[in-house]
Design a protein around this ligand. Sequence first.
Ligand code: IVH
Length: 689
Amino acid sequence: MTDQNFNEIKQEALLLQKQLAEHNYSYHVLDDPVISDAEYDRMMKRLLEIEEQLPELATPDSPTRRVGAPPLTSFDTADHSVPMQSLDNAFNDQDIIDFHNRVAKLLGTSEIRYTVEPKLDGVAVELRYEQGILTLALTRGDGTTGEVITDNARTINSVPLKLTPPPGGGGGKNLPGFLEVRGEVIINSRDFETLNKNRLEMDEPLFANPRNAAAGSLRQLDSKVTARRPLEIFTYGIGIARGLGFDSHSGLLDTLKTLGFRINPEIRTGLTVNEVLDRFKELEAIRENLPYEIDGMVIKVDDIAHQNALGVKAKSPRWAIAYKFPAMEETTVINDITVQVGRTGTLTPVANLEPVSIGGVMVARASLHNMDEIQRKDIRIKDTVLVKRAGDVIPKVVKPVTAKRTGDEEVFVMPDSCPVCHSPVRRLENEAAVKCINASCQAQLKQRIKHFVSKAGFDMDGLGAKLVDQLVDREVIHSFAGLFTLDKDTLAAMDRMGDKSAGNVVRAIETSKRVPLKRFLFALGMDHTGDSAALLLCEAFSTLEAVMAATKTEIEAIDGIGPKTAASVVMFFENQENRAMIEEMVRNGVIIEDHQALVNGPGEGEGEESQKSVFSGKTVVLTGSLTTMTRSEAKKRLQEQGAKVTGSVSKKTDILVAGESAGSKLTKAQSLGVTVMDEEELTEQLNRG
Ligand code: IVH
């Protein structure tokens, strides 16, 4: 190779290194990608090629280092320049007020401002930069000595391999010569689920929680394994920082940000003690919507002069405290496992627990999802189990506490007949669910009717869940059509119904008889056909007759409708009983209004919906796990299309997006008549919007 050639290639490598580092920063620190993944991969591939040919170009800060280094046989250890202390814990507001009073007394002033940060549930690490280059990464270890995990830390995309020079010229000259940055390495909840799902498929042991997964990934002797794990970092402190000075903790965070570090967006600064308490409540409320797990809030005196005056104790500083959330996990005993039947006939095993208070809420039941889940976790009747509650999601049985087994535990067997209608059940191929396939099963009927009368369907006000249960149990109604012949006397004879409320229900039923096609299609409760699929069908076919006559190919051709929905719609209308039921409804006075296409152009009425995203102006809640995108991606895309994404289901909720294993939010949404979308529908709609 000639000198000229070498120089050209070196220039290309340097440019690629610089560009890749910038793109990496945009993507992983700013969460704002500039180029496509494919473009990034192509550039990385080229740089790897060059560095393989000319290894002297593979500097320690080259982005290629992120793919991992040769495996180690053991970890070296090294001392922290400044010990990594831990924090005292507070468990209630009074503890925080006491902390504030202590601080105020020591400082001789009550004019104290705080910075508050989410307490990330991950693994604390320290990163050392010399002349701007990452040279050492240590775990916290015992606080004095940690393990050297430099190769592993380099694989974490949000860990800068090189500091960003501050703006205003001077380049590398303005960088601190020696800097130790501290932060928390985490795995976000979505990535954790995916990681465990893959491990399950590979028959590898599952991680108990994201923190264990992060710790296990960071302690890999082979950094190529670490490189494949979705680790992230948020930084929140320093050890030694030569050449940098700060007046405040918030100033320190700002500096870290300009140097290229990732700082948690939920950090608030300049707060009085009362504002600190308010922020704790806020964090508690949004906790479940955060993409990562937090176990509390860290409160830090912001003024560095104050911090220095307060000083440190043996294990923790006097200027900071952790305010912990109430524990969300408890152990209790499974008294029994019963089986519930849903709208589509799915049998769900439910653990009936010895009631236990978890984070202030009594928990007596937890869904066990399906037989596979029970077998995988080896959960038995009478087992002592670890139960986890996350926000208002249905409590989950994490695992049995096998050490507590006495031998009296019983293995649960899924019934081979429906516990409600006693007809045989079927397990569909490639599906974990066992289903009752008797279409007139009372349990399914109840759920289907609740869906039928809900707000997005026939909107029969006053026909609540309890009333529907009674009407089905007492065999007053056997199908949707029966609803339209209900009279006041029959209704008044039900429990907790008076003449007045019966009259109101009759009136609501009467008014509901005139129904727009879209709501009618929704009410039928066909699989994979929610509110938005119903609208698409309306727009394509306008009349019920046309929808009923449509072929699978015709339906699939609609932009935004997938094969599952198409198959389900065709199957529904091919069924003679379903057709007969529709005819009976019409005989009972139901008038299905054709879909009114908009003639005036956009700006008014229904037609506008087809111009705009269905999410525009809507309040949307995400629940359950999504498989094709992360929750934060989904949230971002929904917001781009004008949706307001909130954490809990209420009357104000317009749409609930229910991923896999959706729990109590789904039940609540259904009972409120909120439109429910599955992931397929979500993706379809996002792609249209
Ligand atoms: S500050 C002396 N800030 O909590 C200051 N720690 O119990 C010590 N942690 O070992 C750390 N988020 O692993 C700080 N925003 C945050 C934190 C945080 C999580 C962890 C960290 C530390 C432990 C202290």
